[in-house]
Write a protein that binds this ligand. Structure first.
Ligand SMILES: *Cc1c(COP(=O)(O)O)cnc(C)c1O
Length: 421
């Protein structure tokens, strides 16, 4: 079956033909590519067409596809079994590694996804503070739990409504949504909801709705406001954790969050999430404390081994290499924007941070509300031209690009050839 036939078949069995909406190529003329194999910085669709992959499973594959060492460790684990539903040493090794690298946490609990990690963090914050409301920021994504599928409302600062059907208004009313960068609005909302805000949740490097790096002063301000009003600060580092460096944004900014969530890279491409905090906070979780949380497959040994063998390959040197290669890749794209088809894309630009990049027109926006509304229309044309050339970006204008250690010099020259041929 060709790509279209596979998609037609998939649409019969699966809503929209996909298991996660961003994979659907919605708005594009092309149907989604069915990938049959991947290695290094590339993957191949079922027709055999080759792509340089800048989506990298939306972030987890910081070493590239099928990293040799991870592959060996996974195969060894397969021979020992892949789920015990009991204590095992593999999650202990990963927990020990993480706690040793993250001096702002004492304990960690593993779950199966970023969403689950954030869901646990929210319940934990409410259990610890005995307060109900949470603050989030427009343009930050925290997974698909009800209480964070919330967008800004049209009323006063902080008012919000569900961004998905099926989320009750009663749940939406406990989430307050603000614009990034506006500390005064945060203070005002905390003041108006005195003694009722359990948690301020933020992606310290917002990277799910464009790449919107924040000023250090704003992040520091959130820390002081949390202290002043008795709310907990959640750094949702599901993307930024182990992406911007070993300690994530918490180490990079020197700001200590009360709770931190991880996912993506810490599983190396297998399903893992984690929530971490100081012992006083973590011990609110069952079985020690009153906040319930559980998981049949949590700390699945295969995922634990995949995660640890990914993380142990991330040296300072490798982070430098990732950043340097990203800058080279960004420079190539920018040059191509200027030159392609007499400057068809010359108004486009690229912002990057560590090994993440994002295409945007004009000046880099800092808030979701500053992103031009027609961003998607233009992106579709660009995406399809690149796809044809064998360059695969995440199929959505608001998603960032991910560079891995497999995007080496050889791949960069291949990219140059594909772009300019
Ligand atoms: C990806 C992501 C999530 C959700 O993780 P899933 O594993 O997709 O559930 C949550 N928060 C952030 C910051 C993310 O990037």
């Amino acid at each position: 079956m060709n790509q279209n036939e596979l998609f037609e078949k998939s649409k019969c069995m699966v809503p929209g033909g996909v298991h996660s909406p961003v994979r659907s190529f919605k708005g594009l003329h092309t149907t989604p590519k069915f990938i049959k194999e991947a290695k290094g910085a590339k993957f191949w669709d079922t027709d055999g067409k080759e792509y340089i992959d800048f989506c990298m499973s939306f972030g987890p594959l910081i070493l590239g596809h099928q990293n040799e060492e991870v592959s060996v460790k996974l195969k060894e684990q397969l021979d020992r079994g892949w789920s015990y539903g009991a204590c095992e040493p593999y999650s202990l090794d990963l927990a020990e590694f993480l706690v040793s690298k993250l001096d702002f946490i004492d304990q960690i609990r593993f779950v199966n996804s970023g969403t689950e990690a954030v869901m646990t963090a929210v319940r934990l914050a409410r259990g610890v503070t005995k307060k109900n409301k949470i603050i989030k920021f427009n343009g930050c994504y925290h997974g698909h739990l009800d209480s964070l599928l919330i967008k800004a409302g049209s009323g006063l600062a902080g008012t919000a409504e569900a961004s998905s059907a099926g989320v009750p208004a009663s749940i939406a009313s406990d989430t307050l949504v603000l614009e990034l960068g506006d500390l005064n609005a945060v203070k005002e909302v905390l003041e108006n909801n005195k003694n009722d805000v359990a948690l301020i949740a933020i992606e310290p490097l917002p990277a799910n709705n464009g790449l919107l790096p924040q000023d250090l002063e704003f992040l520091k301000g959130l820390r002081s406001l949390c202290d002043e009003y008795g709310a907990l600060l959640l750094f949702d580092e599901v993307i930024s954790g182990f992406r911007v460096g070993l300690g994530g944004m918490a180490a990079k900014t020197g700001i200590t969050p009360d709770i931190v969530t991880y996912g993506k890279i810490i599983g190396g491409g297998l399903p893992v999430g984690a929530v971490g905090a100081k012992k006083e906070v973590m011990e609110y979780l069952a079985p020690v404390g009153p906040v319930y949380q559980a998981g049949t497959l949590s700390a699945n040994p295969l995922a634990m081994v995949g995660g640890l063998s990914t993380l142990t390959q991330l040296t300072e040197e490798n982070y430098k290499l990732l950043e340097n290669n990203t800058l080279k890749i960004v420079a190539l794209f920018k040059k191509w924007f200027k030159e392609y088809n007499n400057g068809q894309f010359s108004h486009l630009n690229m912002v990057s941070e560590s090994s993440l990049f994002w295409i945007h027109p004009g000046e880099a926006p800092k808030r979701a509300c500053d992103i031009p509304a027609n961003l998607a229309d233009e992106f579709y044309t660009l995406f399809e031209i690149l796809l044809e050339k064998g360059i695969y970006l995440a199929p959505n204008a608001y998603e960032v690009g991910f560079v891995s250690l497999a995007h080496n010099e050889a791949i960069i020259s291949e990219l140059e050839q594909k772009l300019f041929s």
